[in-house]
Design a protein around this ligand. Structure first.
Ligand SMILES: Cc1ncc(COP(=O)(O)O)c(C=O)c1O
Length: 370
């Protein structure tokens, strides 16, 4: 019997996942979380209209989904004000990031991101043999000047930026992003991840030309629309760039129910407005809980609040662990200086009550270790 041989590139990769899911932690602990407020899902759930469509469409599950996602792309394009051909649907931004990297990043190509930014992007870059250059956050924001300088110096093919940003919840004004694009080094493109765009203040959403092939924007139904488990994201940009995805994407990857659900979600704008209000109220409550416990909440343009625990990464990790011990699932930024913080997702009052009850004991336990 012979053992199949992985490609030389794959042999160099560690067998890791970008994130350990809360389910894996629950299995390890043999205990279900009482508050799942760590993955920036929308704990408020999807719109009742989406739930109805899912029920109605479930009997059609025997059919493949439309590989062109025609109706969904039509609806998204109408909202954006572009042609359907300028939009591609994928299995969440996560999959689209992989496609974009596969399209543009070959072995040895340099790519620039922020140190501690969304790690699934890094995972794909490693998977296609790209070389990652990481620029530290500055004042808890992605450092635009630093990203541009690193791209220039390394002749990078791509910069990844999320605006608003995960894990710090920060954002840049539209004019800053527009200026950044005007100053992209020769041969470099911007992957603009707008997973949290529905929560962003108006002034943070740039008005970008769809004729510029150097920018791809990505959005998702996982956050504001409360459909993370359905895996629907989309990318849009210049027509030829978006057509490139047709060469490599998983054409039948978008399942039928998810497409129908996303369409229903778009057609329920009142629900989205409600979610924005609920999220804003929850974020301000989380901020107050942070202050009540001596922590400092950072400003957020997302559905989560990142709070400075006032000490080092070891202390933040101990608080996180102590919350986990109290059946509350939260996460924390991976890299310094953000890793002095923990990150809490907005949620209905029940979950936030559990966090508020657990936090004082968790801080005490963390202090006892230190
Ligand atoms: C910045 C950012 N991009 C992308 C994603 C994942 O999006 P999707 O669920 O569409 O794959 C997340 C989820 O946490 C995120 O924070």
């Amino acid at each position: 019997m012979t053992r199949p041989v992985e490609t030389p590139l794959v042999q160099t990769l560690p067998a890791t996942v970008p994130f350990v899911g809360p389910e894996a932690i629950e299995r390890r602990r043999a205990q279900i979380f009482k508050a799942r407020i760590g993955a920036n899902e929308s704990v408020f759930g999807p719109s009742p209209r989406v739930l109805q469509v899912l029920r109605d469409a479930s009997a059609e599950a025997w059919m493949y989904g439309d590989p062109e996602s025609y109706e969904l792309r039509e609806a998204l394009a109408a909202g954006i004000g572009c042609a359907r051909e300028a939009v591609v649907i994928g299995e969440g931004i996560d999959a689209l990031l992989g496609y974009a990297v596969r399209l543009y990043v070959g072995a040895g190509d340099h790519v620039v991101t922020s140190d501690g930014a969304y790690p699934t992007f890094n995972y794909h870059v490693a998977g296609y043999g790209g070389s990652l250059i990481k620029v530290p956050y500055r004042d808890d924001k992605e450092d635009i000047e630093g990203l541009l300088a690193a791209a220039e110096a390394s002749k990078a093919k791509m910069i990844y930026l999320s605006n608003p940003d995960n894990p710090m919840g920060s954002w840049h004004e539209a004019s800053v992003i527009e200026d950044m694009i005007a100053r992209l080094p020769f041969g470099c493109m911007l992957l603009l991840d707008e997973a949290y765009v529905e929560f962003a203040p108006d002034g943070a959403v740039p008005n970008l030309s769809l004729d510029d092939p150097r920018v791809i924007r990505m959005r998702t139904f996982s956050k504001a629309y409360g459909m993370a488990g359905l895996r629907v994201g989309y990318a849009y940009g210049e027509g030829q760039v978006i057509r490139g995805f047709e060469k490599i994407r998983n054409h039948f990857g978008m399942n039928r129910l998810s497409q129908a659900a996303a369409l229903a979600a778009i057609n329920d704008p009142a629900w989205l407005d409600d979610i924005r209000r609920l999220v804003a109220a929850s974020c301000s409550r989380i901020g107050q809980i942070a202050r009540d416990n001596g922590f400092s909440p950072l400003p957020s343009a997302t559905n989560f609040v990142t709070m400075d625990c006032g000490a080092d990464a070891g202390f933040a990790r101990a608080v996180l662990q102590a919350l986990e011990d109290r059946d509350v699932f939260v996460r924390m930024p991976f890299a310094a200086p953000g890793n002095r913080c923990i990150r809490i997702t907005a949620a209905p009052d029940g979950e936030i009550d559990r966090f508020a009850e657990a936090l004082p004991g968790a801080i005490k336990a963390a202090k006892a270790i230190g």
